[in-house]
Design a protein around this ligand. Structure first.
Ligand code: SF4
Ligand code: SF4
Length: 325
């Protein structure tokens, strides 16, 4: 039985659509996603389950959740109806145009009981968002007394050394800070190397023969991330470690049949070897000779199922995770 009995802290993903297509995004968010947003009724359903599972507070993230500020308010109201606190809302600041319009949004958020914005600031985001917008939003927060959780402050001077009116590519950062900058950045940021982040850093990773990867296979405990889980706008529980795998949260609460979620169950209970054998036997999957580790093999299998075979598999959702990488 795949079951969750307890959740401590995590977040809801109100939308996957984003103004940016950051190279470090483990959810593979981008402007190409459909303009779907978490509905108030689904938010009610999710927050009621979270409450029953012992989780009293969450954060809100995306995609960029403030691309549609009117819609976020009804998600916040649903959280209040279910006595779930909101620790912060994550934002990339791309929506900032001027002080007056930003302050209007911030004041409405404050009226809805939101006291903190996590504002992204790092070279990955700076490829898409000029730094003046981040600075403008911080100033607007200060003016309306909204707390700011800067993520991450240690990059401020590096970003601010470049023209804040423009975006800057990672190549510019490499020219300024050295060839090994992207690899150092990965370690400093503490990246979750999944989704687009994995594709960005795959070329830097050592290749291993597929047999060796299978020999070293261990269970990937997808359900163990009770401290930083996410639930998305489709009601899916997204494991902390591995977006692209999912199971509807309400099914996990009561315990769900592992046979319905065989791919999820195979990595959860056996590991990459279990997923590989299932894909080979039932879906005609043929591996290459080598991969940049188990997660590379895992993505190759999942891409084969979702993109090449076009299968609609309940545990590999949302498909956009694979399509919009
Ligand atoms: S990291 Fe954030 S801003 Fe960047 S693409 Fe992902 S969701 Fe969007
Ligand atoms: S092998 Fe697959 S399930 Fe296991 S950690 Fe890597 S991506 Fe996640």
């Amino acid at each position: 039985m795949l079951k969750i009995q307890y959740l401590v802290s995590g977040g809801v993903i109100t939308n996957y659509k984003c103004s940016s297509k950051c190279k470090h995004c483990c959810y593979s968010s981008s402007p190409k996603w459909p303009n779907d947003y978490m509905t108030p009724s689904l938010a009610d359903e999710i927050f009621a389950v979270l409450k029953r599972l012992g989780c009293d507070a969450i954060h809100i993230g995306g995609g960029e959740p403030l691309l549609q500020p009117d819609k976020i308010m009804s998600v916040v109201e649903a959280a209040h109806r279910n006595s779930i606190g909101i620790e912060y809302i994550e934002t990339n600041a791309s929506w900032y145009k001027d002080a007056a319009s930003a302050k209007a949004v911030l004041k409405e958020l404050k009226d809805h009981g939101i006291n903190t914005l996590l504002i992204s600031m790092d070279p990955y985001h700076n490829e898409y968002i000029p730094f003046w917008k981040v600075k403008g939003l911080i100033q607007a927060c200060s003016d309306v007394k909204m707390n700011v959780f800067p993520w991450q402050m240690e990059f401020w001077d590096e970003i601010d050394a470049l023209d804040d009116q423009k975006t800057h590519s990672l190549e510019e950062y490499i020219r300024l800070y050295g060839q090994d900058y992207p690899v150092r950045l990965m370690g400093r940021y503490g990246l979750n190397l999944k989704g687009r982040a994995f594709m960005t850093y795959r070329p830097f990773m050592k290749k291993q023969p597929v047999d060796q990867i299978l020999k070293e296979s261990k269970p990937c405990r997808l359900l163990s991330g009770i401290y930083h889980f996410h639930v998305d706008l489709y009601g899916n529980f997204i494991p902390q470690s591995c977006p692209g795998f999912s199971i509807p949260l309400k099914e996990l609460e009561n315990g769900t049949d592992p046979d319905r979620y065989r791919l999820f169950n195979s990595v959860e209970s056996v590991g990459i070897k279990g997923l590989f054998e299932l894909a080979e036997k039932e879906y005609g999957y043929m591996p290459k000779n080598e991969y940049a580790g188990k997660c590379d093999l895992c993505y190759d299998i999942r891409n084969h199922l979702v993109l090449e075979l076009g299968l609609d598999l309940p545990d590999l959702k949302p498909e956009g995770h694979y399509k919009y990488i």
